[in-house]
Design a binder for this molecule. Structure first.
Ligand code: S3P
Length: 429
């Protein structure tokens, strides 16, 4: 499947984007540990979150859904049963890592696998500390790569310093820690998205945060089902924030977007580049800040993205690389080696594909150096089986002379079914 993009005259309109992927996963998983119905409005019915639903169903959790609302009919973690077959996590690292944390607390045997991309991604970062808590976890080779096998049971809480900043690893350990004996402390090198902490608090768990250390008590009493509404995904909004910034004369408003401060790095980066981005906060949905964002086209200039900004914009770096290619001057992205072990090697993929479109991009060991301002020219490029790379290239196509064809656009369904339709609806010809 390919996406064909040509430059519009401008982009204009008001849109909403699908529910946040990270929050949707957590809502389904925590709901499945609770007793009673958890109703999740604006759940992301994308392939990744549906992989979480499929795995939970295979574990005996009853889940129903229609019209954008998912209902998890939870009976507590103790009611989960050994799956008959292999749990297929598809392309979803969040499914595999967070579920592994919960399976570590289940007294049965389970096997998890995923697609070729997921089977290449390192799982030792989760398997190692879960073993230290008392679970048995097996994986392939040095990185404990999937397929993974796990036999869980009684766990003891740990005090663990994360070697890499990863919300997925932090979350897996916090979820396991809920069912362990004694508290679990996770210490982060730099803060990462805290959706698990906020979700658990919303379900009544007394999560403590002290600097970069997060503590959950062990052996919590069964959680009760809740009503939740998932904010729009700022990582999906990001494609339109960049698109409206770089297509001259554009103005786009995105309503009801999640504004968790550990996710809004894209707004900070665009503003640092001279972008015209206005944010109107509207309140909180289940402990997550929500608001509207309006962006107008602006002359962008190069910037530096590094340090604690990187986890706050980790999934937006592919599309920010597009903004950098259009901006005047040099952009340097550092401290972003984690991008090499995402759904694709996003540094290599973006360097290669942006060069195909005529940009000057150098790959660094932990980032990219982009000499912006050179006119982009349409070409046939490849999404590398990675939803965010494919959408970022479609955004580049909006300002590339002629026609850009993004091959491998099927991957977009992982996080943003409907992306092509929304992009089309904003076009003014
Ligand atoms: C996610 C955390 C991030 C992000 C991923 C979703 C999450 O990964 O890239 O898309 O939901 O916790 P890491 O925590 O591994 O950096």
């Amino acid at each position: 499947m390919a996406l064909v993009v040509t430059p519009p005259r401008r982009l204009s309109g008001t849109i909403t984007v699908p529910g946040d992927k990270s929050i949707s996963h957590r809502a389904a998983l925590v709901g499945a540990c609770a007793v009673g119905d958890t109703v999740i409005e604006n759940f992301l019915f994308g392939a990744d979150c549906l992989a979480t639903v499929r795995c939970l169903k295979a574990l005996g959790v009853k889940i129903t859904g229609d019209n954008g609302t998912l209902t998890v009919h939870g009976r507590g973690l103790a009611a989960w049963r050994e799956p008959d077959g292999v749990l297929d996590c598809g392309n979803s690292g969040t499914t595999m890592r967070l579920l592994l944390g919960l399976l570590a607390a289940c007294p049965f045997f389970a096997v998890l696998t995923g697609d070729r991309s997921l089977r290449r991604r390192p799982m030792d970062r989760v398997a190692g500390p879960l073993r230290a808590m008392g679970a048995s976890v097996w994986g392939r080779g040095e990185g404990s790569r999937a397929p993974l096998a796990v036999r869980g049971g009684s766990l003891r809480g740990i005090d663990y310093r994360l070697p890499v900043a990863s919300a997925q690893v932090k979350s897996a350990l916090l979820l396991a820690g809920l069912f362990a004996q004694g508290p679990t402390v996770v210490r982060e090198p730099v803060p990462t998205r805290d959706h698990t902490e906020r979700m658990l608090r919303f379900f009544g768990v007394p999560v403590e945060v002290d600097g970069n250390a997060v503590t959950v008590p062990g052996g919590v009493t069964p959680l009760q089902g809740r009503f939740l509404r998932v904010p729009g995904d700022i990582s999906a909004a990001a494609f339109f924030l960049v698109a409206a910034s770089i297509v001259p004369d554009s103005e786009v408003t995105i309503r009801d977007v999640g504004l968790n401060p550990l996710r809004t790095g894209v707004v900070d980066v665009l503003r640092a580049m001279g972008g015209d981005v206005r944010v109107v906060p509207k309140g909180e949905w289940n402990g997550e800040p929500v608001g509207d964002i309006t962006v107008r086209a602006a002359e962008l200039r190069g910037t530096v993205i590094e340090g604690s900004l990187v986890p706050r914009a980790v999934d937006e770096i592919p599309v920010l690389a597009v903004a950098a290619a259009v901006a005047r001057g040099k952009t340097v992205i550092r401290d972003a080696a984690e991008l090499k072990v995402k759904e694709s090697d996003r540094l290599a993929a973006m360097a290669r594909e942006l060069r195909r479109l005529g940009a000057r991009v150098e790959e660094l060991p932990d980032g990219l150096e982009i000499a912006g301002g050179r006119p982009l020219v349409g070409a046939v490029c490849h999404g590398h089986g990675d939803h965010r790379v494919a959408m970022a290239l479609a955004v580049a196509g909006l300002v590339a002379r002629g026609t850009t064809v993004v091959r491998g656009a099927r991957a977009i369904g992982v996080s943003f079914p409907g992306f092509g339709g929304i992009l089309h609806s904003l076009r003014v010809e």
